[in-house]
Design a protein around this ligand. Structure first.
Ligand SMILES: [Zn+2]
Length: 220
């Protein structure tokens, strides 16, 4: 099974599979290659399980047809096509309704809708946490990043991908707390995770959720 080795100043081995099924091992600078090989072999079952899940997911590619389900804040809503309504796409308590004549352009219509909701929800959650923790950030930008849920520059500019709006609110809150904490601690040291734990004690559950379900936060 092919995999890439990415060496850095880390202390332990880490195994990663990206949404397109590429396997990589993060390793310390001088870590012997045969031990990396052994590590990958030991995790073969886990890798196979993950890869099969990714391939199933690729089968379920969105077609924007009647009866499909779409995520919003961690819940699934069915899609209905309608001949007439005031907006291209609407969501009520039960379902998404898409204007029939927009179907050909539905991916873009959904993306725009998600981006708008993301802008509103992320701004309000960010302000909530920033105020509560007395952390100042400069501004927030909604991005279309595929694999990176969020980022934070040293001077307090926070980027969050609109794909997160499909995740449960607790997961969005975790990413926001994570990025805000980077304003105080710009790396992923023990000090950083200690601070995240202090602000958001359930963070390990949400971090796990993202690792296991992140692949589902995609439209195409
Ligand atoms: Zn981080």
């Amino acid at each position: 099974m092919p995999y890439t080795i990415i060496r850095s100043k880390r202390r332990s081995l880490g195994l990663y599979i990206n949404p397109s099924g590429e396997v990589s091992v993060r390793a310390p600078m001088l870590y012997p290659k045969f031990l990396i090989e052994k590590f990958v072999k030991e995790h073969q079952n886990w890798i196979t399980k993950r890869l099969s899940r990714i391939s199933t997911q690729q089968v379920e590619k969105k077609t924007f047809t009647q009866g499909e389900y779409y995520l919003f804040l961690g819940k699934k809503f069915m899609l209905n096509l309608v001949p007439e309504q005031t907006f291209p796409l609407l969501l009520d308590d039960f379902e998404f309704t898409l204007l029939e004549k927009k179907q050909a352009n539905a991916a873009k219509v959904f993306e725009n809708w998600y981006k708008l909701q993301a802008q509103i929800k992320f701004t309000s959650r960010l302000n909530f946490w920033a105020t509560q923790q007395h952390i100042k950030y400069k501004y927030m930008k909604v991005t279309s990043a595929q694999k990176r849920w969020g980022s934070c520059s040293r001077d307090g500019r926070i980027c969050l991908t609109w794909r997160l709006i499909m995740a449960p609110l607790e997961v969005i809150d975790y990413v926001i707390v994570h990025e805000l904490t980077h304003i105080l601690v710009p790396n992923h040291s023990a000090k950083f995770w200690g601070k995240v734990d202090e602000i958001y004690p359930t963070f390990k559950l949400q971090r796990k959720w993202l690792r296991e379900n992140g692949y589902s936060l995609h439209l195409t």
